[in-house]
Design a protein around this ligand. Structure first.
Ligand code: GUN
Ligand code: ZN
Length: 435
């Protein structure tokens, strides 16, 4: 059968390179009145609407069309670190990391022993991710394998490119959310065989963070990572000063926090660590050298009072950096709101994140941090057709501001600052409308 062609009209923006490292003409493509052409859900090309004739007549004649003229069309947003099992405890008052985990997080995650809780929450979170324009996320489940089954089943049903893993945690947590090294190895291996590579899903080996895993469990996590091609790893690193001091006590043999993960073979391609606020120069250099990525979680930095991620320094050291919500330590599923907070955190660090680099981070930068840029992140030919449609004047304040914004960067930055999920008018997955 001939492929199903789909042509979308709108203002197209996507990134080809990091705008901090390349001139604008090489870093992104912007088509004020453009088209995005898909076949069977995969990108064929982009162009000026005036040059629609570049699409072969055979494709045009049988295409379906969507007119989003006047709206901005971007690749789907990528949340490189979030906990779907914490959707029910966002906005828990008054604690910093370690108390917050004990007082709120572990009790909330204990409920995911019940597969019905997992099913309802997974459906809710995936609906809401799509409503916020997020089409790919690196997702933590709870310790219970059924939490990952529920999330993966729902993501697969909708054809999403999602990463998820069961939290491995065998010490310093309540028995309701504790596993053992052996059980976590068996459960993770079962989940890998069920979900890794099914549709667009991939499994992520997920030792929660160094303090809640014994050396035995971290050894097993490293073995799992190497047990099959394309497995991912996610965890937390250098988020909070008390946490960093505790890791130094628990692992006196290791030079620093990252060295714990290095020692157990948990650094390298497809590994990503949330936070990375309190890194030494050695840790930054080792992350860059091994291709280990960092997830910048600005709303969580602020909400948990953990500190300010130093984007300029970490990215400048050559580390792959993605942007992330870290829900429920973070406060919103919106990558647009997260960008606004990323800017404020970068201001506090005296290196304001440029509007273009911000949107790069939320799309291609995230795809690169997750090593998924051959599939998603921009509209290069052959990429999966996940994209979103943004209305720049979705609120009265935005409309008022947009009338006075002249350049693309100015408009994008006004949207970063004033915008949120109300700007997301449509989300498409492989060319099919999903929101
Ligand atoms: N460190 C270990 N677990 C967590 C978590 O669930 N959230 C955050 N923000 N940090 C963590
Ligand atoms: Zn986290």
């Amino acid at each position: 059968a001939s492929p199903a062609h789909f042509i979308v009209r709108g203002s197209i923006l996507h990134f080809l390179q990091d705008p901090a490292q390349y001139p604008d003409a090489e870093a992104f493509e912007y088509l004020d009145d453009g088209y995005l052409w898909l076949a069977d859900g995969f990108v064929q090309g982009t162009g000026h609407w005036q040059q629609l004739g570049d699409i072969p007549a055979a494709a045009r004649d049988h295409a379906t069309w969507a007119d989003h003229s006047g709206h901005l069309i971007l690749p789907g947003l990528i949340d490189t670190h979030m906990h779907y099992v914490q959707a029910g405890m966002i906005g828990s008052f008054g604690c910093r990391l370690l108390d917050w985990l004990n007082d709120y997080t572990f009790p909330a995650e204990a409920a995911f022993a019940d597969p019905e809780v997992a099913r309802v929450t997974a459906k809710f979170v995936i609906d809401r991710l799509l409503a916020h324009g997020t089409t790919t996320a690196s997702v933590f489940g709870s310790v219970h394998p059924q939490s990952v089954d529920a999330f993966m089943a729902e993501a697969d049903r909708r054809g999403l490119r999602m990463l998820c893993g069961k939290a491995m945690m065998d010490r310093y947590c309540p028995p309701e959310v504790r596993d053992t090294a052996e059980q976590s190895g068996r459960d993770s291996a079962d989940l890998i065989s069920r979900w890794h590579g099914k549709g667009r899903l991939r499994y992520t080996v997920t030792p929660r963070f160094a303090p809640t895993s014994t050396p035995e469990q971290l050894t097993i996590a490293g073995e799992l990572y190497r047990s099959k091609p394309d497995l991912h790893v996610q965890s937390h690193l250098a988020e909070n000063d008390k946490e960093v001091a505790w890791v130094a006590e628990l692992f006196p043999q290791q030079r620093d926090y990252l060295d714990v993960y290095e020692h157990f073979g948990l650094t390298g391609p497809r590994t990503i660590y949330g936070h990375c606020i309190h890194l030494t120069g050695r840790e930054q250099a080792a992350m860059a050298a091994t291709g280990t990525a960092a997830a910048f979680c600005p709303t969580s930095n602020l909400f948990l009072g953990s500190g300010m991620f130093d984007y300029q320094s970490v990215a400048g050291a050559g580390v792959r950096v993605g942007l992330a919500t870290d829900v429920g330590g973070g406060t919103s599923l919106s990558m647009i709101r997260t960008l606004a907070e990323a800017y404020k955190v970068s201001q506090a660090r005296h290196h304001p994140l440029s509007p273009m680099r911000g949107w790069y981070l939320a799309t291609l930068g995230g795809a690169r941090a997750l090593y998924l840029d051959q599939f998603i992140g921009n509209f290069a030919s052959g990429r999966e057709g996940d994209f979103i449609v943004l209305k720049l004047d979705a609120t009265p304040e935005l409309a008022f501001r947009m009338e006075r914004a002249h350049t693309l960067a100015e408009r994008l930055f006004a949207m970063t600052t004033l915008g949120d999920e109300r700007c997301v008018v449509a989300t498409y997955i492989l060319g099919q409308r999903a929101h």
